[in-house]
Design a protein around this ligand. Structure first.
Ligand code: ZN
Length: 141
């Protein structure tokens, strides 16, 4: 069976075979991103209007980085003992898989503190990083 999606190891740039790696995010990095965002909000928030925080366009440029989803072969994983949320690569082989995982992850309060949105966009644009399609898909933009 041919796969629609391949995973590219962050470390060695090789495609990852089934059972040989995972897509993962470090929970400590999510905690840090959450702390950074709260600090940023306190620093940059303008006078709340009717309880809604507003931010200037300029301040948005210093918005803290989200936690980064990583892709590694088990043998290349720089932090195999990290407390992570991991998806085995063999469970992320089709567009339907990616949609299913997205639906699953949307139930996690911490998802917006990660760059899952960028991972999806890279995949849709066949970016040749992390999760990328074998055949460039049609993208209606
Ligand atoms: Zn590798």
């Amino acid at each position: 069976m041919t796969h629609e999606l391949v995973a590219i190891c962050d470390a060695c740039k090789q495609t990852i075979a089934d059972g040989d790696g995972s897509l993962w995010v470090d929970m400590a990095e999510i905690e840090q991103a959450t702390t950074n965002e709260r600090a940023w909000e306190q620093l940059e928030a303008e006078q709340p209007e009717r309880g809604v925080l507003t931010f200037s366009g300029e301040s948005l440029q210093s918005y803290p980085d989200p936690a980064h989803w990583r892709v590694h072969q088990h043998s290349c994983d720089p932090a195999p003992n990290a407390n992570s949320h991991a998806i085995e690569i063999h469970r992320c082989r089709s567009w339907a898989d990616l949609v299913w995982w997205t639906a699953h992850l949307l139930g996690k309060a911490w998802l917006p503190r990660t760059d899952w949105d960028e991972l999806l966009q890279e995949a849709a644009e066949a970016g040749q990083t992390r999760i990328t399609p074998v055949t460039s898909p049609t993208l209606h933009r």
